[in-house]
Design a protein around this ligand. Structure first.
Ligand SMILES: Nc1ncnc2c1ncn2[C@@H]1O[C@H](COP(=O)(O)OP(=O)(O)O[C@H]2O[C@H](CO)[C@@H](O)[C@H](O)[C@H]2O)[C@@H](O)[C@H]1O
Length: 483
């Protein structure tokens, strides 16, 4: 049995702002069949504390970055948790990372240094009877753990850093460094220093024994200046340690034959049933029934996701005969542009801003096509949910989107393997032609149904990817074993 201490800021179903939570939530169960036992350490956000049935205090800190804190141990079903209960840092209104007006918390550097330093302390033996074999940190909020491990009590402990999104790096001014409690030697290029400041993700990528990211294509892309976001040099120097492991999805949670959020259940042979779910989606979004396809969006409304491009394209989408349901929140300007479009096209375009997990399932089960015009996309999960639910993904050719959707070109259609529509990223023209092609395909009922079934048959469960993580863990342990 290999014991992993996973460190993350989000975990479905406890706390989620995006795909990070889905992956951190699914990995423990996915890894169990491979002899890997995962314990996940999370911040004690109000939602996390509220969800814990019984807890035991297993470590205490009198002064953790300015306030007392403790570590709680809990199990939730099969899930093993450690929760950092530090009220000053984590019990507040607003989102996980910012205040109710959307501004990032100014003490995020302290909050996630607190999480990381405690995670390293736990890895180093702070909890009696618990000694993980490997530490696995997810994204910038957890990445500094690896610096604390290297400069802590078990400096040789194997470590893994996973990049879910290189755009979020945790970059702070140099003057925070003395408060981090790391040795001065760590403030260096060979350490946490990053363009004159402190980089949390950078530190994790520097110290990690293995770096993973969430699709093979993104693993290649981040070695280039276009997608490397300033870290391409470091990543290129460490490319032998970099692995692209495609995300899976939770196929129990996402099963159209049993989904508790979906009124009418169906399988690949009962696709006609989807129509009744589509009617439910139309009602929720105030969209009238129509002949054209019902497009949908389930996404953060941000530049990364290409949602500004889509907002500009909505008039054309409607003119071409499409209808559109948007579920998302994010950039205020983009939200406004989407709402304006809904006002212009009453009954054809519906926009619900906010975050609604249950509605996201219904949308996947009822919409005809899901639009994902991302400028970059490390993996993307919504296209995988769409494929599994017979909702045709219309995606930009970038990162994991290109790795998972097979474009409906002539050859793929002839072979019966097409599962979606893939267009170039980053321009309105390319999105326009993707939507145009989708509407034409929708009119060919048999072709459309064949694509739906091909997508539903594809295997995006965690099975293969979990095996790759397990193999990586084993190889790291082997490196440490004296010959
Ligand atoms: N308004 C809303 N209401 C309800 N649910 C909503 C929602 N908006 C988004 N979601 C849900 O949030 C998740 C988003 O996951 P993604 O992988 O698509 O993107 P994200 O950019 O968050 O994740 C980052 O990390 C993941 C995980 O590695 C990578 O796949 C991805 O490429 C990377 O950008 C999905 O489960 C989706 O259904």
């Amino acid at each position: 049995m290999v014991d992993i201490l996973a460190v993350a800021s989000e975990m479905h179903p406890l706390v989620k702002t995006g795909g990070l939570a889905d992956v951190v939530g699914a990995l423990p169960a996915a890894l169990a069949p491979y002899g890997v036992r995962v314990t996940t350490i999370l911040p004690g956000y109000p939602a996390v504390l509220a969800a814990l049935p019984t807890t035991r205090t297993v470590a205490r800190y009198a002064d953790l970055f300015g306030a007392p804190a403790r570590v709680l141990r809990a199990t939730l079903g099969e899930t093993r948790l450690l929760v950092l209960d530090a009220p000053l840092h984590f019990q507040r209104d607003g989102s996980l990372y910012g205040d109710p007006s959307g501004r990032e918390w100014s003490d995020n550097w302290q909050r996630f240094a607190a999480l990381s330093s405690v995670a390293a302390d736990v890895a180093g033996g702070a909890i009696k009877g618990y000694a993980p074999d490997i530490v696995h940190a997810h994204d910038w909020q957890a990445a500094l753990t690896l610096a604390y491990v290297r400069h802590g009590r078990r400096p040789d402990l194997p470590t893994v850093a996973t990049i879910h999104n290189l755009a979020f790096q945790g970059r702070f001014d140099a003057d925070i460094f003395p408060a981090l409690g790391l040795p001065w030697s760590a403030f260096a290029t060979e350490g946490v220093e990053y363009y004159g400041g402190v980089g949390y993700l950078k530190a994790g990528l520097y110290y990690a024994d293995a770096i993973t990211t969430v699709s093979p294509a993104y693993a290649d892309e981040i070695l280039t200046p276009t997608h490397g976001m300033g870290l391409d040099g470091l990543l290129a120097a460490r490319r032998g340690r970099l692995h692209g492991i495609l995300n899976g999805i939770d196929t129990v949670e996402w099963d159209s034959a049993t989904d508790r959020h979906v009124p009418v259940h169906y399988g690949p042979r009962g696709l006609a049933e989807r129509r009744r779910n589509r009617r439910a989606v139309e009602k929720r979004f105030g969209i009238a029934p129509g002949d054209g396809p019902l497009f949908a969006v389930v996404s953060r409304l941000t530049w990364q996701k290409g949602m500004d491009i889509l907002a500009d394209e909505i008039d054309d989408l409607v003119a071409m005969g499409g209808r559109l349901a948007v579920l998302g929140s994010g950039d205020r300007g983009i939200e406004g542009a989407m709402l304006d479009a809904a006002a212009r096209h009453r009954g054809k375009v519906g926009v619900l801003t906010g975050y609604d997990e249950s509605l996201s399932h219904l949308v996947q089960a009822g919409a005809d096509a899901l639009l994902i015009p991302s400028r970059f996309e490390p993996c993307g999960l919504t296209q995988l949910y769409a494929l599994r639910y017979g909702c045709i993904p219309v995606v930009a050719h970038t990162g994991g989107l290109g790795d998972t959707v097979i474009d409906a070109n002539q050859a793929a259609l002839a072979a019966g393997v097409a599962t979606g529509v893939v267009h170039d990223p980053g321009t309105r023209e390319a999105l326009h032609s993707g939507i145009h092609r989708t509407i034409a395909l929708y009119r060919e009922r048999e072709t459309w149904a064949t694509m739906q079934r091909a997508g539903m048959r594809a295997d995006f469960s965690w099975r293969q990817s979990a095996a790759r993580y397990a193999a990586l863990y084993h190889s790291l342990l082997q490196e440490r074993t004296p010959a």
